[in-house]
Design a binder for this molecule. Structure first.
Ligand SMILES: Cc1cc2nc3c(=O)[nH]c(=O)nc-3n(C[C@H](O)[C@H](O)[C@H](O)COP(=O)(O)OP(=O)(O)OC[C@H]3O[C@@H](n4cnc5c(N)ncnc54)[C@H](O)[C@@H]3O)c2cc1C
Ligand code: FES
Length: 510
């Protein structure tokens, strides 16, 4: 199981799991084992297999059925948190190198589609950033100057291509990209198999150990993989307890999508300047229609109960700006990991010799995942990694007082969560729940996660997350338990859907 088993279905999930793969049944050995089959894991396995390394990929669920199947797949090189901010916290040189990593990622996707004959609807197109409010125009001007300083290709457009409103002056970023993420993952998976790689679904990493020869990965069903190196691409790392999780926080983000007449919405990437910004693109559907895909309405995971209202307001926002959009045929959500200095963590796991990790994608996880593969592959084969120093998971993330302040505010959410161990419950008994609903109940000294299924049967599990003990919260839209601290998600019966947790919520006496 993984997040592919949550309630909502994205448009891309019609093509996932991207390949049928068996579970791992016996012990195996290889040069490199990759844990996780999203964009980061399959890209890393692909690069290593091209270089002649024997690779094994395992995934706790279906192949390519994680957050990558819930994305919107803008291939943008403009940083969603803005280069002006990145320069403030990391300086011009690192911001320039980070931008180079994003350009390299989009180029790499284009080259792999061409070389491997992957038809993933890849297209080059312009990206537009427009001011959500008049008062945001100064931010745009500042971002324009920051982009010019570090050599980002940008100019001013009179307006963004948003048919229903005059957005006013917008920043235009040429040569961005878009693709169909699960068609792309399918192509990568087949290319890995064609080079002798092995891919196993429904195979859960539960523990790992460094040895003299490399690494041993133990899976839930028992088989062990012995490899020279391991790369954790599990979105939120399942190998690490604290080091990386102390430097990032999880956010839920939402998507609505519906058909529009072909040509009524220009083929471009569009974003606005809200902190929980709206992000827009189309996906070609056929001769007469495109799918308009709009994301936004983000919040810290586990801290909202108004998902339907958020999706309704995303639809209203879309109707006003895109009059040819009449109805949403898809509504889905997913989670992104926000790091305190806006860049992902890709490279050797802090304190490890042969364990590598990629995480911390923010809203740029497709390009960051590919940039991560371009960073980790050279480290493993012993070559210089151009982006290694800037994306190093061990880097000190506090480089300015403003980033410290922002991060402390974010981490206060985790501290507040621990207080929930001693507060009351949301419900006094399961009788208060409607079928299909969950809620937290106090039972003596414990907090219990109570779920009533559609038939009225009640499941009770400990509400204590098995990663580091935060209290999970019910997500009524996806019908799962979300942990606000580091991104774990659990099914109504407590099974793990997303790391860092690897153990289910504990059973309790009912
Ligand atoms: C709604 C939404 C919109 C987005 N829009 C964009 C966008 O436009 N552009 C962009 O660049 N990024 C975007 N992102 C971010 C991006 O999609 C993600 O960051 C990225 O896809 C994550 O890829 P990944 O490989 O790290 O993780 P995943 O795709 O989640 O892959 C990780 C895999 O690890 C597996 N796993 C977890 N634990 C274990 C374990 N213990 N054992 C074995 N396997 C395990 C999971 O089952 C999963 O399949 C968006 C994200 C969302 C949710
Ligand atoms: S994810 Fe870390 S405590 Fe729940």
């Amino acid at each position: 199981m993984n997040v592919g088993d949550e309630r909502s279905i994205s448009y891309w999930m019609h093509e996932s799991p991207v390949i049928d793969a068996p579970p791992l049944a016996t012990d195996e050995t290889c040069d490199v084992v990759v844990i996780g089959s999203g964009i980061a894991g399959l890209s890393t396995a692909y690069e290593l297999s091209r270089f002649g390394r024997s690779v094994i990929v395992i995934d706790r669920g279906g192949i390519g059925n994680g957050m990558t199947a819930r994305t919107t797949a803008h291939l943008a090189t403009e940083l969603d948190d803005f280069y002006s901010e990145l320069i403030r916290v990391r300086g011009e040189d690192e911001a320039r190198l980070y931008h180079d990593s994003q350009v390299a990622a989009v180029n790499r996707i284009e080259a792999i589609c061409r070389d491997e004959g992957i038809d993933a609807d890849f297209a080059r197109l312009d990206g537009y950033l427009f001011p959500a409010e008049d008062s945001h125009k100064a931010e745009l001007e500042e971002e324009y100057q920051a982009c010019k300083t570090i050599g980002v290709d940008v100019d001013w457009a009179d307006r963004a291509p948003v048919p229903g409103i005059d957005t006013g002056m917008a920043l235009r970023f040429p040569n961005q990209g878009r693709f169909h993420p699960t068609k792309y993952l399918k192509g990568l998976a087949n290319a890995i198999l064609a080079r002798g790689g092995r891919i196993y679904a429904d195979t859960v990493h539960v523990s790992d150990q460094e040895t003299d020869e490399g690494v041993e990965i133990t899976t839930e069903a028992g088989p062990v993989i012995r490899a020279g190196a391991a790369v954790f691409c599990t979105n939120s790392p399942t190998n690490d307890k604290v080091a990386i999780h102390a430097k990032q926080t999880p956010d839920r983000t939402y998507v609505v999508a519906g058909p529009v007449p072909k040509g009524s919405v220009p083929d471009a990437l569009v974003w606005d300047t809200y902190e929980a910004y709206h992000y827009v693109r189309i996906q070609p559907l056929g001769e007469t229609e495109d799918l308009l895909i709009v994301g936004g309405a983000d919040h810290r995971s586990g801290e909202a109960h108004d998902m339907d209202q958020r999706l309704d307001s995303l639809e209203s926002w879309t109707r006003e700006r895109y009059p040819s959009f009449t109805r949403a045929t898809y509504r889905w959500s997913g989670q992104v990991m926000e790091t305190m200095d806006f860049m992902p963590f890709s490279g050797r796991n802090p304190g490890s010799r042969n364990i590598y990790v990629h995480t911390g994608d923010s809203g740029m996880g497709i390009t960051n995942g590919v940039a991560g593969s371009l960073t980790i592959m050279p480290l493993i084969i012993g070559e210089d990694s151009r982006f290694g120093p800037v994306l190093d998971p061990g880097r000190k993330s506090f480089t300015s007082t403003s980033s410290i302040g922002e991060f402390i505010r974010e981490q206060a959410g985790s501290a507040k969560n621990y207080m929930e161990h001693i507060t009351g419950g949301e419900i006094a008994s399961a009788d208060e729940l409607e079928p299909g609903q969950g809620g937290l109940m106090r039972k003596g000294l414990s907090k219990i996660a109570v779920y009533k299924d559609e038939t009225g049967a009640v499941v009770q599990r400990s509400a204590v997350c098995t990663h580091l003990g935060c209290i999970v919260h019910w997500n009524g839209f996806e019908k799962c338990w979300d942990c606000p601290c580091h991104g774990s998600q659990f099914a109504p019966d407590g099974q793990v859907l997303n790391g860092p947790a690897v153990q289910p919520l504990a059973e309790v006496e009912e």
